[in-house]
Design a protein around this ligand. Structure first.
Ligand SMILES: NC(=O)c1ccc[n+]([C@@H]2O[C@H](COP(=O)([O-])OP(=O)(O)OC[C@H]3O[C@@H](n4cnc5c(N)ncnc54)[C@H](OP(=O)(O)O)[C@@H]3O)[C@@H](O)[C@H]2O)c1
Length: 236
């Protein structure tokens, strides 16, 4: 498996793991931990989560499972409030700061490797939202900054404030409306992390091979709650 170096110093394999499905109603915590440990055994060293996944429990599970000094890059996200059936962007700087501090505590890391703005809040200037993440970087809470569900124009506006090392948008074999953003990230060496890489289970792992071939900056993060699916996804 190829590697990619994100932000100049985070070298990871190009197949990551989306942890979202490890926790939640009906999920067994021990099973979630077992799947995550197996993912690491299989060579996965990039794990994606968010403060809003199971209201923090997803990060807690990761923090309880992955040692603070294990060579695993953990990327988390903040700024998207989980109201059950409804999610709303919330990008007020003080909220983003609080959420990043809570994420760091749950993940049990001295510093968050990659902190991604989960959604742009249209009610708050983008410069204020990215400015809050830059302040977290300056304060040593966050190593690198990324964005999620953004346009080329938003990426460029954010890059004028601080380096943007990753973009996490919805993209897969049949949902290619983001081609322009993929090409932009490729040109600028920004890691592109497609979420729903398997179109939430519609596609098979061949879709992962297609993504890996699509651009050298693509790092898919397929999610699964099953050991057999995990092992299948890792045999690319
Ligand atoms: N930035 C954002 O806004 C955003 C939004 C959503 C998700 N994400 C991130 O993206 C990650 C992936 O997204 P996702 O989980 O929604 O979508 P996905 O990875 O496209 O699909 C996951 C679905 O595919 C199934 N699956 C996985 N491997 C399979 C296999 N080998 N054979 C058959 N089915 C398989 C899983 O079911 P089983 O559990 O039964 O295997 C699950 O239902 C999440 O974990 C999260 O970290 C980010």
């Amino acid at each position: 498996m190829d590697t990619i170096t994100i932000g100049g110093d985070l070298t990871v394999h190009r197949l990551g793991f989306g942890a979202m499905r490890l926790t939640g109603p009906g999920r067994d915590r021990a099973d979630g931990q077992k799947i995550l440990r197996r993912a690491l055994e299989l060579g996965i060293d990039f794990v994606d989560t968010a403060d809003s996944y199971d209201l923090g429990d997803n990060e807690t599970l990761i923090g309880d499972t992955v040692g603070a000094h294990e060579p695993v890059v953990i990327a988390t996200k903040g700024g998207h409030v989980n109201l059950g059936r409804r999610w709303i962007p919330l990008g007020r700087p003080e909220y983003l700061r609080q959420q990043a501090l809570l994420s760091r505590k749950r993940l049990r890391r001295d510093r968050i490797d990659l902190y991604q703005l989960h959604r742009v809040d249209p009610a708050v200037p983008l410069s204020d939202q990215v400015g809050a993440l830059k302040q977290l970087q300056d304060d040593g809470v966050v190593r690198h900054v990324g964005l999620s569900q953004v346009t080329v124009e938003q990426i460029e506006e954010a890059r004028r404030i601080t380096p943007i090392v990753s973009v996490q948008n919805r993209y897969n074999l049949h949902e290619r409306q983001d081609d322009e953003v993929v090409d932009h990230c490729t040109r600028h060496g920004i890691a592109y992390i497609p979420w729903a890489p398997l179109a939430k289970g519609v596609h098979s792992r061949e879709a992962l091979s297609w993504l890996l071939a699509r651009s050298p900056v693509i790092v898919p993060i397929p999610g699964t709650s099953r050991l057999d699916h995990l092992e299948e996804n890792c045999t690319l």
